[in-house]
Ligand binder design. Structure first.
Ligand code: IMP
Length: 180
């Protein structure tokens, strides 16, 4: 898995371990383009990785789509986090009753000259304030609907993995890899 983010790698590796698959981290700077869909970003990145010529490689691109903001920050999630930060997002959502949001993950696998995409999503809502110090990125402000009201930032990796967009996408990848 080509990623500079060890949290992403840990989450994905735990999922694949459950299917008897090993996932190593390639700590390379992946080529990241700015595009309007996660699919384009993930596919472009994996197709421009020299490593993918010699072994199966995955790249994952994720984004938080806030319904009231018509899907912003979506594919611009890392830019939004670097610029306005969690505080800025909460400010945009101040006094907004509709707090629904979708976290999406697109995993692009490059193997034997072909690219395959696996998508995972989780529905949830934006918290009123920052809660929890676990995880990374938007975890402290995202409350998954199927959980018990805690943010991802208040869960350990295994709990987050029972619900997360990333775990769902990697489970789809694992099922595809292990199906006859
Ligand atoms: P990227 O996939 O690394 O481009 O992620 C886009 C932005 O969303 C980055 O700022 C990440 O920190 C954040 N992000 C990605 N996945 C997650 C997650 O599972 N939880 C919280 N934030 C995430």
């Amino acid at each position: 898995m080509a990623t500079g983010n060890p949290h992403k790698h840990r989450e994905a590796r735990i999922v694949l371990m459950g299917y008897g698959l090993d996932l190593r981290r390639l700590d390379v700077k992946r080529l990241e383009i700015q595009a309007d869909t996660l699919e384009e970003v993930a596919a472009y990145s994996v197709e421009h990785l020299p490593e993918a010529e010699v072994r199966p490689v995955v790249v994952e691109d994720a984004g938080l789509f806030i319904h009231h903001l018509r899907g912003f920050p979506g594919p611009y999630s890392s830019y939004a986090l670097r610029t306005i930060g969690l505080g800025g997002v909460l400010k945009l959502m101040r006094d907004v009753p509709n707090r629904e949001a979708t976290f999406r993950s697109v995993v692009a696998l490059r193997w034997r000259g072909e690219t395959r995409l696996f998508v995972g999503e989780v529905e949830g809502r934006i918290a009123e304030e920052i809660r929890g110090s676990r995880g990374f990125g938007y975890d402290p402000i995202f409350i998954p609907d199927e959980g018990d009201g805690r943010t991802f930032g208040e869960m350990d990796t295994r709990e987050k993995n029972t619900l997360s967009h990333r775990a769902r996408a990697f489970r789809r990848l694992a099922l595809w890899l292990t199906s006859p």
